[in-house]
Structures are given as C-alpha cells and as structure tokens.
Design a protein around this ligand. Structure first.
Ligand SMILES: Nc1ncnc2c1ncn2[C@@H]1O[C@H](COP(=O)(O)OP(=O)(O)OP(=O)(O)O)[C@@H](O)[C@H]1O
Ligand SMILES: [Mg+2]
Length: 323
C-alpha cells in the first residue's frame, strides 16, 4: 500500500517532524535495534537480561535505544504516537481515558502496555491501531499519519498493515482452521491464489496447528482457538500486530502457548508486536514494557530481548516503583 491510499502524504513528502520512510514494505529489513541479540547469541540462563534498565516515561521521540548514535537510533520508528488524548463523554461526565501519550515502537520490537484495569490500555491500543480516532494528537504508522483517516481509509489500512488479536477469539464457527486463517484474504475479495494458500499454511504451521487444519473451532481447545486467531492476524504479514489481553480467557499453561506463538513470530519473522496485558508474566515476553496508569505512560522498563521470559526482574522493578 502506498501512503496515498491511506490519505497520508505521498512518497518523498514529509510529515511534521518525521523523517520520511520508504512507502512500501515488501521485505523485512535485515537490521534490527543494536541492543538486541540474536537467539543464537543469547544467554540462556535464568539470569539473562535480569537487570532491566528503567527510564522515565517515554520521550516524544521514544529515545530508548541503549546505544546512542547507532544504526538503530537512525531508523525511523514503525509506529509513533504524539500527544494522544481520548476523551469520552458520558452525560455530564467526561472520562479522560488517554491523556497526552507519546511513544514510538521500532520495527521488529515487542512492546507490552501494562497497567491496571481502567488505566486506558485498550483505548490506547485502539488509537494506535486505527480502530478509533483520538480526541487530539497524532498516530503515524510507517511514517503515514493514520489518526486522521476517514472510516474507509482506516478500514483499508487495518486490512493491509495491521493484525489484531483480542481476548475473545472471534472465529467463525462454521469455518475450519484453514478457512478462518484465510479470512483476511477472503474478505479482501478475489480468487485465492497459490501464494495466499501457502501463506495460510505457513501461518498455521507457525502456531503449530498444521495437524488440525481441517478442524472447526468447536473441535479445538481454547488455547488452540486463540492460536488460530494469532495465525489469522499474521497471515497477511502485517507491519504490526496488536494484541489486547490475548491470554485473558486462558489458564497459565495455555496462555503461555499463545505468548510463545507471538514470541516465535517476533524472532522468526521479525514481527513488530504491541501487546496489552495486566499480567507481568505476559509482559515479560516483551523487549520493553510501558507501564500505563490513569491514561498516561507512568514508566518504561527495558527488558531487552531474552530467550527466557522470566518475569522476576519485571516484578521486582514494578515493586521498586511501587506499582
Ligand atoms: N466507550 C466508552 N465510553 C465511555 N468511557 C469509556 C469507554 N471505553 C472506555 N471507557 C473508559 O475509559 C477508561 C479506560 O478504559 P480502557 O478500556 O481503555 O481500560 P483498560 O486499561 O483496557 O482496562 P481493562 O484492563 O479492564 O481492559 C475507563 O475508565 C473506561 O471506563
Ligand atoms: Mg482493556
């Protein structure tokens, strides 16, 4: 998709204060944030990466890279929010669900938004993913301003650039796993071609359900159903995957399967992920945790990329911060 389709500036034009990025994203860049280590370079011990750095609330440009002046710092963020607010009016009452949030997410990064019930996590995620329009502020995805799109443009953007996983799996009961995962292609219209069928098989394989490709949702466990939802969100190779409490309806073991599937997409496909959760065990999969409180970013905890998703360092840090 070009920026023109989203109604945002065309290639080569700049948006206020943002460096232009290539309008098309056909392949994943080979580069990644310099502070990350590859899976085969990682320390596998439980203490790996157990000293999270903490930073004050994210800066407007999200200056969180550990190595200043590195290649990573020069890469434009894939997602950027500037001074976002979202106010709801309920009769005479005004609810300020999001209050002046600025953040940025790098390509390939796994970011968790964590915070108590009612703190504004889902509202913020919906704004970042173009599901809702903010009261004020801007959201840029791959450098294109998405917060001002009309409904049709926003729908197209979601279909082409984003994947969503919600707490409820939202599968179509009469369709089998393959058909459910292929839904984004079906909805987009046109006859399915061989490359789409291959993408469907690959996404199903990523969530380890190849042997159940012809099962209907009622013939699957809850964890397997959510894995189908993850495969469906990934099948279009979205620029960014948003997940809102994807393990909220699942027990610990089953929830871990989902998080492992998200993690695998992150390391195997360099998938950028923004995960909303109130669970520190889930947030411990992330490279970076933004702690949300009362509609703002209260803190940022950089965990770094770790193969062991031990939540202890995060829990310890949250306790130190009194959260
Ligand atoms: N459509 C709405 N109309 C009015 N107020 C809303 C609406 N949606 C959310 N809110 C309010 O905005 C605030 C933030 O809600 P939000 O759903 O973003 O919280 P959350 O952090 O996702 O909570 P949870 O962990 O329970 O899902 C809450 O006070 C909520 O009551
Ligand atoms: Mg929520």
């Amino acid at each position: 998709m070009t920026r023109d389709k989203t109604g945002a500036p065309g290639a080569g034009e700049t948006t206020t204060g943002v460096r232009p990025v290539a309008p098309k994203r056909s392949t994943r860049p080979a580069r990644r944030p310099a502070r990350y280590t590859r899976a085969d370079e990682r320390d596998s011990g439980p203490s790996a990466g157990s000293d999270p750095e903490t930073h004050p609330a994210a800066t407007p440009r999200g200056m969180t890279m550990a190595e200043s002046g590195s290649d990573a710092e020069r890469l434009p963020p894939i997602l950027e929010a500037r001074d976002l607010t979202m106010h709801y009016r309920l009769g005479e009452t005004r609810v300020e669900a999001v209050r002046g949030v600025s953040l940025s997410v790098q390509e390939g990064e796994f970011v968790a938004l964590m915070g108590p019930s009612g703190s504004g996590k889902s509202t913020l995620l919906h704004l970042l993913g173009g599901l809702d329009r903010p009261t004020s502020g801007e959201v840029l995805l791959e450098g294109a301003l998405i917060s001002a799109l009309d409904d049709e443009q926003a729908t197209r953007l979601r279909r082409e650039k984003t994947g969503f996983v919600f707490q409820s799996f939202n599968l179509i009961p009469l369709l089998d796993v393959t058909e459910n995962v292929a839904l984004p292609f079906t909805i987009a219209g046109g006859a399915q071609d061989a490359s789409q069928a291959a993408k469907v098989r690959e996404a199903i394989s990523l969530v380890d359900l190849s042997d159940k490709a012809r099962h209907r949702p009622d013939q699957l466990s809850y964890g397997e159903r959510q894995r189908v939802a993850v495969a469906r969100a990934l099948v279009t190779n979205p620029a960014i995957l948003f997940a809102d409490e994807p393990t909220g309806n699942l027990d610990y073991t089953t929830g871990s399967e989902i998080l492992d599937a998200l993690w695998l997409s992150c390391v195997a496909r360099k998938q950028t992920i923004v995960l909303v959760t109130h669970d520190s065990k889930a947030a411990a999969y992330a490279d970076r945790v933004l702690v949300i409180g009362d509609g703002t970013i209260r803190d940022e905890i950089v965990l770094g990329r770790r193969s062991v998703h031990d939540a202890t360092p995060l829990i310890t840090r949250l306790a130190q911060l009194g959260l």
